[in-house]
Each structure stands twice: as C-alpha cells, then as structure tokens.
Design a protein around this ligand. Sequence first.
Ligand SMILES: [Zn+2]
Length: 947
Amino acid sequence: MPSPTGAGMAAPVPKPRARYTIDRNLQNLQRSFTESVSVDEPDVNSRPEVPSEETDNPLNGRHDAVTESAGVGSRQPLLSSSASIDDYTSDSSDDVPLKPQEPVSVQQPNSTSTANESQTGNPQHGNDPVPTLVLTKPVKTKKPRAATIRVSRRKSSAAGPGAALPDTNRRESAVSRSGWLDVWKSRKHNVLWTTFDGQLMSLWKKRTDKFTEHVFHVSSITNVKQQDKGRFSIYFRKKHFEFMANTDAVQEGWVTSLHASRGREAPPLPQHHGPLTMKEPRSKVYAAICGHNLWIYNSKEDFNLGLGMTLVSMNVASVKQTGRHGFSLITPYKSFNFSADSSKDQTTWLNQLNEVIRSALSCSEVALRLWASPWNKVCADCGSSNPEWASINLLVVICEACAGVHRSIGTSRSKVRSLKLDSKIWTEPLIKLFIIYGNKASNNVWGHNVPAAEQILPDAGQEERDAFIKAKYCSGLYRKTHPLISNQTLLNQRLCEVVCGVDVEETLCLLCSGAKVLTDPQSPSAISIAENAGQALQTELLRHNEFIEAPTCNQQKQDPKQIGLEELHGKLEDERFLFSLENESAACDVLDLREVISIFNLSSGQTHEFEALTLMDSLCCTADAQDSLLSHMLHIIRVVMPGPLLDEELDGVLAVSRLFLREGGGLQHAEVWATLRPGEMLIYPTLPNTPCSVIPLKKNTHYSLHSQENTIELTAAEQTMYLQFERDQSCSSWFNLLPKAVSSKRRGIQRSLYMLPVGLSGSVPPELERCISHITLYGLKVEGLYRRCGTGTKINQLVKDLHSAPAETVLGTGELDIVDVAGTFKQLLRQMDELIPTPQRPDWAKAAAAALETDRLQQYRRLVSKLDPDNRATLAALCGHLYIVQLHSQVNRMTAHNLAVVFVPTLFQELAMNTDMVRLTKELIIHHTLVFLSHPEAVEDEIITVF
Ligand SMILES: [Zn+2]
C-alpha cells in the first residue's frame, strides 16, 4: 500500500467531505497516527471482506449449513441463537482490516495455512444441503455519499483505563504499539496489522485475526534501521523485513520502541522441535514447542533465525491423533492438521503437546476464566495485557508491576493475590464477581475521571506508576463518588439496602465513597444482611472489604474538561472517517467506523443532527440538510451493523446500538445490535446470517430506566427484555428516544414475520398469516412443534374465531397454547379449498419421482407457477415458515424431514404415503426461495451452479 507520499501511486479519489470540529485534548493530537491512512482507491461498491469476516468468529464452527444460508430476509423472533457469554469475546464488529483491498502481492504460498481464511467459503454441509444463493432481498451496496457535515468530537474517558484502550491511544513513547504498516519481505508486499508488546512483534492480516502471518521475538532482531519516507528495516541474521509507516512520526515511534526493547532476554529454548507437514494447504513446516506455545515456522532456517509464521497458545488447545502419522491441534478458532515423518515422531509430538497443554491449563484456569471478560485481559491500571494478579477487595485484575505498587500501599487499601498461585482464595463467588464486574465495573468507579494525561501505560516508570496508583486508590482522585458521600450515616444505611439486591456496582461505589461494612456492633452488619438476602456475590465482596479504608472526602478532582477546539475536515471512506486540518489536505487522524457502538438521530425541525459514539469518544454531526445527514448516518450504520440491511429497515431510524439483550427471566446475555424505528425495535443477533427479529412498540409498551446498570427494561409484545448498554450515554439517549418511537406508527408496509419472495403476487389468508406470525414469535422453541396434537375443542374454537376475526383472536403463548395454535394452523390449511388442486396432483407426483434433484426443482417451479396466485403465495408462506422452524430443529426437534412427514397429508392428502412426496415436501421447505422465486428464467444458471 502506498503511503501518501509514495511515488507513482494512485492519487486519492475525491470523496465526500465534511468539516469537523474536534474537541480534544491536545495530548491526544497525535493519537491516531499509528493507524495508517490509505490512499488506495477503495472499492466502494463492495465489501469483499464481509464473508471472510465470519472466519474471525470463534463461533464459526457452530453454525451449520442450514443457518449458513438462512435467508437474510427471514424474520423471526428473538435470539434464537446459541449466543452466550463466551460470545462476548468474539467481537467481530471490531474490525475488518481497514485495508488492503489489493495488496500488491502475494503472500507466501504456505502462509495461508496459518490464516483463518483457509476456512472461508467452505461451509460444511450437513445432511440437508441448502443452496447458498437464496437471497430474496435486493441488497444495496454501501456507498459513501457526497455531502458536507459538521462534526464535533468529544473525547471521553468513560470507558476507563481498563477498557482495553485502543492501541492507537497509546502515547508515542510507549514500548507497545500497533498499527497498519506496509511490509515487504523479500520483495513481497503486504499491508499488515502490526503489534508489538515489547517482546513479540506480530503481523496480522486483520486486526481480529487469531493467528499471525509473521511473528518474532525481539531477541531475534540483529538491527533496526531508520530509512527515509517513513520506512524502516528490521534485520535478522540472514533476512530482513522492510516496513513503511504513513508518517515519519509513526515510523519514529516504531523505531524508538524497537530500540528501547533491545537487550531483552531471549525466550527459553524450545522443549521440542522438528519438521512437520501441515495439511490444507499441504506444506512442509518446522515447529517448536516453546513455553506454552507451539511456534510454526516456514522452514528450519526460519526457526534458526527466530522468524515464526504463527504461534498457537496451548492453553486454549487440545490435541488429537489422526491417522497413522497425523495429529490435529484444535483451538476454538481453527484446527491445525499436521503429519509427522514417522509414527515415532507422531508419538513424541503427541506426548509433548499433551504435556504442555496439561501444564498450561493447570496454572491458568483462574486466569482463563477471569480473562473471559475482555476487560480483565488488560491491567486495570496500566493496560498491559494478560495481567496475572488481582486486588480482591478492589475487584481489579492487574499486572505484576502494578501489583507491586498495590502491595506497597498496604492491605488496608488493596489485597493483592495471584491468579495462578493463590488457588485457594479463588472461590466460585469471587471468580464470578471478577467475571461479571471486575475491571469494567471497578474502573467505572475508581477510574471514573482519569484525565488522559495522567493515565499510565504499560511502560510507565516506577515513579509514575506509584503516583498514579496512589492517586487512584489512596486519594480517590478519579473515583465516582456516591451521591450520599457527604452523610456517613445515610451512606452506611444505603449499603445495607443495596447488598440485599444484585447491584454490585453500587456496592462498589458505596465502598469507594467510604460506606462502612462494620458499623454499630449492636446492629447486624452489612455482611450478615447480604448473607440473609442470599446475595452470595455481595457477601463475598463485603468480606474482602471488611477492614478496608476508603479515601477521605473532598480529595476528588472535578471532571477535568480540557477543551481544545479544532475545526477539522473529514471525509467518509468505506469503513473509515478521515480527518484533515485543511480541506483536501493529507489526513491527520482517522476513525475506524467499526469502533462506533451507537448512532442516534437527534434531528428535530430545522436541525439535522446525529450523534455517533465509540467506547471513547462522541461525535456530534450536524448537517444543513436532512439528505446529507441521512447519507452519512446510514453509511455509518451499514458499516457497523452485522449483515446487509434493506433501505426499508433503516427508514426513519432513530437509534442504533450494540447492546446486551436479556430476555425474560433468563440470565443469558447475548450481544446484539438493535435499531429503534417509529413503532418498532429490530434486534439483530451478531451471529452471521441469523435473522433479525421485530419487536412492535405501541402506546402501551412499558419501559423503565435502570441507570446504575445502563439498562432499559422494556415490556412489549407480552415479553420483558433488558437492554444493557456499554455506555451510559447510549442508554440515556435510547431512553430519551423511546417515547418518540412508541408514539409513532410503524412506517412503510406492514411486515409479517415471514418474507415472500420478491415479486410474488397473491395474498395469504389473514388467519393463516396470524398463526404463522404467532408461532414464529413464540413457538420456535417448542419441542415437537406441529407434531404434537392440540386439544380438539380448543382448536375448533380457534378455527372459528380466526375465521371471523383473525386480528382480534387471542392466542396464548404458553407451550400448550402454541401446540393448539399449530394444530389450528394445520386445520385451517386442510380446510382451504385444495391448496394444490386434485387434478394437478399427478403432475406433482411425477415431478417428485424425477431422479435428479435439479430436474425435480425445475419441475416444482413449473408446477408452482401453475397455481393460482393466492395459493402460490400461501404455499410460499408456509414453506418459508417451515424453513424457519427447521432452523431451530436442535431445540424443537423438527427437521425439514420431520416437518415434511407432518405436512405431506395436509398438502397432498391421498398421496401422503408416497415417499417421493415426503421428499418433495422437504425440498419445498429447504429450497423454498428457489422454488418460489418469481422469475424462473433468471435463475436457470444459478440452479446449475448450486448443485
Ligand atoms: Zn499494570
């Protein structure tokens, strides 16, 4: 990738321009320089990375072929999905490479074997392969629009220092750094995301990749040379890498960091090493077990030079023997298949790897569990990664250096324990406290107002570290105090109230403001109150804070708002916002749009304004006209939201946020994206290809705000859900916009909970539509749905009611009610005057008997086109609905085959015993989009490509 100064490179293509006012702290002026700024001409018409992005998702292995092709358009209620707390760590929204659309080359032939990409486009088909072209919605591509918009940006420390400060926020002096760099290795050019932690330099294709393209320890470097034009070289004994940064300042930073890390001790010698053959793609590699990692090298020469391709951490891996000489190393993200030269070698590798896995696991179980929360993956005080210590009263996970300072301030302030060594202290409630609250909650309280200038970094000196940690925990300079802080009695009383409930964060805030666990010996202590209330987590937290001293009052600094206003210009470009000082001048800052977590349309009357929030900043954008506002806003929304979106889905959109959704009494959180529109809320699971669900909002929709937890409780369509936001600002904006959404009518066409293929005329009887919508909304998880018989009398009554007043009929949502509705649906279908008319049935039977699937599908299409429009629409709606039902077959046990067996008598009466007809019905379900597509001639080719 050329730099802005690179010679002979394509000039930037004019892009929409906008002016920005950036309200920032001067300290941060340089911050985003580590992000390289592309002047490649971006391919605005495509986002080719989208599919491969899925390979970043550790869950990838979990969605099968059926979900793989779930129609983007299919609507279904609520999070069906298996999203769990683990998913928290798989933040696929974070990023796709900013970049290299077309790396000038060329990766090494075997380097793909280490990258996740090897799985791309290779869905594992199950027993019911589904054509992968079924896209019933026309999907618009994302294009930045030309428009001018004013933006003011406020940097905030809301996320706190534990919030995994984006690497770009690190100061130039930091040893650890990251950014996109142009990389040449023996003339092969690539643009790679490069990170350096003071020891390892790692080069990745994408920021979210789990496995590197290249990785080496700083001790393998023989020399680092600074060159001109932002370039620098890193030498190894026989090879070298060339790098190019987009500015001299960035280059300077890298060189300084690399020089500063010279003299680091080399990692321990490998316990075992030797040649292996890697499969898929087949290539000879050299591997070494070093500490708790398996390093993979291109060749023995690279091994000797210390120039690795990638390393696999054994504490997430398991190993399995495969075949005579082979073995697989299985990680949550990818499996590596190797074969050894002999069965003796195979045995040695298996034994060695198993040994390492055992030892890696035994010493890090607590650490692994705590690190499951990304906030705990970095030191709460300085941000260095994989911290192995904790202060169990403050509820922070910290690095060794910070732990030293914590020890020095005494156990009356901080009780320091090791995650790996102090195994006894780690009770289940304590571990839960750290997983659920930990660094995130604690920094919300103790690090509430850390000025950027005072925040320390992993390379902070002893004095600086000392001062910061003392200011933070001894003086409480940055803490968020409780509103009752000025009255000790009320503070203590409040503590006794709060510990009876689940709000641990308020307890933290109270403790940090000086609420006493032990007060009057005559009255029960907060600990026994919490214990009696059955609050195990509160009890545990109080126990560790029994004799702790809190900082005294009045030492707190006011939130320092250092304002440095700057008028900047910016342009929207694919997934980035580029900022520059002058219009059309070189970019001086960049925002990866994928960092945006919330967008709000704040327009009213003549003002056209929207706000975009990242974890750190807020951007307030005002435009002169609604059009330009929308084009910018929708562009950002399309970049951040998972999957393609219809224009219709974004019509009138008021708010878009990433949030955690909890439904009903269940405690499972799932990360979703939600949009708020007039009259409805749409929930988009973050798993790829999972359909979104629609929550209608009406005047009687109840919602309330739990501001302590950044949560909105919402009761709509007979269900209660909790929306928990990452920032309090997102939460309050939603709360402010909800009245607007609730009071306005749904716009556009009334949507049903299923999609008819585009262009299909004809209509579905309202009573059937009602049943489909109801079952889609409430019944997908009912085991044996459609197979179980309902109560005859109830069904007859429902049939009667639905015929006379389909919209008003009350349909229950309990499991038995759903079974009745399903029975009603079948009965209504049977009562329809021959959905497939008797005279045509022999043709269907003939089609069903064809030997080739392609032939059968083509004949089905022909037969479907002969049906009258209403019957065709009804059959399409039925099959589309059953398609959705079988997507949930893991829960409801109704596979496409089971559903076909149930529905074949309804559709074909006397032919029901014919096994061909069962297959036909099953094929209608699985291939419904293809069969009911309205333009037969348009898909002939595709049919062929599918099978
Ligand atoms: Zn630290």
